[in-house]
Design a protein around this ligand. Sequence first.
Ligand code: FAD
Length: 188
Amino acid sequence: MAADSRETTSAAGGAEGQKLPPGMVLGKDGKPCRSCTSGAAFKSWSANLKSSTVGASAAGFGAAAGAAAAASTSPSTTPNDCPPDVEALGRSTWTLLHSIAATYPKEPSSTQKSDLKTFLGAFSRLYPCWVCAEDFQSYMATQQIAVGSRDEFGKWLCEAHNAVNTKLGKSTFDCSKWEERWRTGWKD
Ligand code: FAD
């Protein structure tokens, strides 16, 4: 889940006054932000919606909430072709980012360095979970992206990932092993 104080942030036209379950994050439009919220929190919210009077006033949340409410009745049969929650999106994204690091040249050209900076700058502004995106932008503002070589970037990214791990209360990853995890495979 997106564990921070913006969980109950509410904007115009949205969910003002509603009691939101822990981990539920609203988008800047005030509507539930699926890609900012764990599937569990989203289901808990939509189940409450079904069983409370709040349901009527929150009907405007629309089809996504309705679909989630329906899904919450049978979690074990939730189809895997639903929109991603914050965790599924995060796992896929980290896989992409670490894989980019794994294939980044040992001695990149100035164009490749510039492409990587441009990509990550745009990425940090476009990432679908806005809470995650804002924190990642802040991280990038204080920890300048290291694009000098594959190992430099791989370690920078590992530390960036660890910063998110720490924020979420997870254990950190040993960054001396980033290449084993994402490029070569584990040593025997
Ligand atoms: P993930 O953290 O997704 O990691 C996937 C795999 O990467 C792990 O299984 C492990 O093998 C490996 N790994 C773990 N740490 C490292 C590391 N430091 N270096 C290299 N490999 C590693 N979620 C929120 O709830 N709130 C946020 O604010 C938030 N911000 C995010 C910002 C970004 C830029 C991204 C990409 C994701 C963010 N997420 C956020 C999602 C979150 O980081 C996780 O992806 C999600 O919680 C699922 O976690 P997971 O335990 O499955 O493993």
